[in-house]
Design a protein around this ligand. Structure first.
Ligand code: GLY
Length: 376
């Protein structure tokens, strides 16, 4: 139960009205697209046969965003767009060489949400097929899920994969069979042990031995400044990822790790007025921001506030969302994206709109509005 002040309720309602007014238009305008970013204010289209990349890990977020909007408004336009997006994703199933751990992001937010909101059995088939693909990536000798197929990455694990575990929790519940959940918990346990430093900061990429369980052999460069820095979106994935694993399993250590990583995120982001820089341990200059990290962390902090009953987590989530609303959000109809100033990594794609920024911002605002639908 979240206790918002009258002023905070007013803030949430005002932001919600601006989001709704914008997305009611955008959902129709981009009905047959799968956007990743915008060019001159117009959504690109990853479903485009020539110019798009259907295998992109972010291609489930547009469907997920539309399902969040549909659930709140019951406006059928959002459902139509979400369903169109889900159908496009079937092309990915035709190419096993292109599917990695991100089948979780792709189908849990599209087909999974569709099934849970409408009972669509075709969507359930897609979701469960994706869960089999993800669980098949488990390496029993090394005791981890292989995240990517690129050469030399056989032993890599990344913190982001925590978010994909939600697909496995769902699958275990649906099949009535613990093996999916067991693989997910092994990964979450590994992440607690190998990805989290003593100070609560997060290591993005860890390399493991392929033939010896639970053995770290290196720390490859990830999306942050350096292997020993603290990439802010990775930190946010940990905050939200661990609290979700706690919600799905009840394992106390996941809650404690969510609190520890949240503590680090909050103490760092306070230094820049709640505008997350891309990497908390990077040199002070140049200053690169990442709006997506703030939105993801806010979602995690709100869930932590609900579970612990501690108002400070709610206050910090509101601080992040107010900073986003003031500095990074665009409610103009001349710009299809809702959030500007996302950053793909420390060295690439700086200060651009990215679709998951929009998704997590809307998810956070809806949580504060009282939505009980946990899309994860
Ligand atoms: N690797 C996923 C991300 O950019 O967060």
């Amino acid at each position: 139960m979240l206790n918002l002040s009258c002023e905070d309720k007013r803030f949430v309602e005002e932001v919600w009205q601006k989001i709704k007014a914008k997305l009611e238009v955008t959902t129709v305008k981009s009905r047959d697209k799968i956007p990743y970013t915008t060019h001159d204010g117009v959504h690109d289209n990853q479903a485009d046969l020539e110019k798009g990349f259907i295998y992109l890990w972010t291609n489930g977020f547009w469907a997920g965003l539309n399902w969040l909007m549909y659930n709140e408004t019951k406006n059928e336009n959002f459902m139509l767009t979400a369903k169109s997006s889900e159908k496009h994703l079937d092309r990915i199933f035709q190419n096993v060489f292109r599917m990695d751990h991100d089948v979780g992001f792709l189908w849990h937010l599209s087909a999974g949400a569709s099934y849970r909101l409408t009972g669509d059995e075709t969507s359930l088939q897609r979701e469960l097929l994706a869960s089999m693909i993800l669980s098949s990536r488990y390496n029993p000798d090394g005791n981890f899920i292989r995240v990517w197929d690129k050469k030399g990455a056989d032993g890599w694990t990344i913190i982001d994969c925590l978010m994909n575990l939600n697909l496995l929790y769902f699958a275990s519940e649906k099949w009535g069979d613990n093996r999916f959940k067991s693989i997910a918990m092994r990964y979450a346990d590994m992440a607690m042990r190998d990805h989290i430093r003593e100070d609560g900061s997060v290591i993005h990429v860890v390399e493991h031995a392929l033939d010896k369980p639970d053995t770290v052999v290196g720390y490859p460069q990830g999306q942050g400044y350096s292997p020993d820095s603290a990439w802010s979106r990775g930190q946010a994935w940990a905050v939200y990822g661990f609290i979700l694993s706690y919600i799905h399993t009840g394992k106390e250590e996941y809650l404690q790790t969510a609190l520890k990583t949240a503590g680090y995120f909050i103490s760092e982001v306070k230094k820049t007025n709640y505008l997350p820089v891309v990497d908390f341990k990077a040199p002070k200059e140049p200053v690169y921001y990442d709006s997506t990290a703030g939105a993801i962390a806010a979602c995690g902090l709100i869930e932590i506030a609900k579970i612990t009953g501690k108002s400070k987590y709610l206050e910090e989530a509101l601080n992040l969302l107010k900073a986003i609303d003031k500095n990074f959000a665009s409610y103009s109809l001349d710009e299809d994206a809702l959030l500007l100033m996302g950053s793909e990594s420390y060295r690439k794609g700086i200060h651009v709109p990215i679709i998951y920024g929009d998704f997590f911002f809307v998810e956070a605002i809806l949580k504060l509005k009282g939505s009980k639908f946990l899309i994860w």
